[in-house]
Design a binder for this molecule. Sequence first.
Ligand code: SF4
Length: 119
Amino acid sequence: METKSLTCVVCPQGCAIEAHTEGGRIISISGNKCKRGESYARTELTDPRRTLTTTMRVEGGALVSVKTKGTVPKDAMLDCMKAINAAETKAPVEIGDVLIRNILGLGVDIVATSRVKGV
Ligand code: SF4
């Protein structure tokens, strides 16, 4: 049996969760104070996902802060960063504008989280 220690990040309590697995199968989950922690641990063990926040270049030299609208698989984070770093958008940019639609075919858009005025 294998034991994996996780810290639940769903709420500020940050429960220390222990998950026991055997042959890749989850046998038990403990330490969570609520069901959301169990769900978090199951997802973290089977399909870990993250929200990505970074910046994107704007034509003319400015940067706009962006994030994924939803989560992407943890193992796709680096490729998403590369795709965002290779992209460039034009001002003006408004908060919520979709700057990359369906990044890498993952079904998640990259949206602006700051404004950039036009010239
Ligand atoms: S298990 Fe529940 S109470 Fe504990 S950190 Fe996660 S969401 Fe919060």
